[in-house]
Design a protein around this ligand. Sequence first.
Ligand code: FES
Ligand code: FES
Length: 161
Amino acid sequence: MTGPIAISLDVNGERVDAQVLPRLNLADFLREHLQLTGTHVGCEHGVCGACTVRVNGEIVRSCLTLAAQADGSSVQTIEGVADSGEIADLQAAFRDRNALQCGYCTPGMLMTAQDLLREEPEPSRDRIREHLSGNYCRCTGYQAIVDAIETTARLRRERAR
Ligand code: FES
Ligand code: FES
């Protein structure tokens, strides 16, 4: 099948109906059809993590996911989690700890970090590094990113007490 396929999905809380070519990947669909350009595309081979989004609550590489595969699913992008305030503290920590420079990797880093913090409120630095190991950053050397995530985890635990 090479003609367009009808898909219907929820993106950041809004229903989206579209016609997509079978080979269109989710990253390009988000960026080019929906203008959600916070999802970045680096390697397009599943290696760099810049394109990380959440599909039905799980983080995925949107460059390796076809838009047609997302039919019927709930997708959250960096715009969605930022606008809802879900990661406001994480964003502030990245800013305060100098965890972003060019910012190209940052949306994917934030999505991946939030995924870890939702699952593990008390991750060690090694665990943070392990969880981030699929996200490449050319600028920061990672130390500041780990600092920002560790700080966010601690502040969330303190607020939860
Ligand atoms: S662009 Fe998807 S992992 Fe690099
Ligand atoms: S801040 Fe530039 S690639 Fe990470």
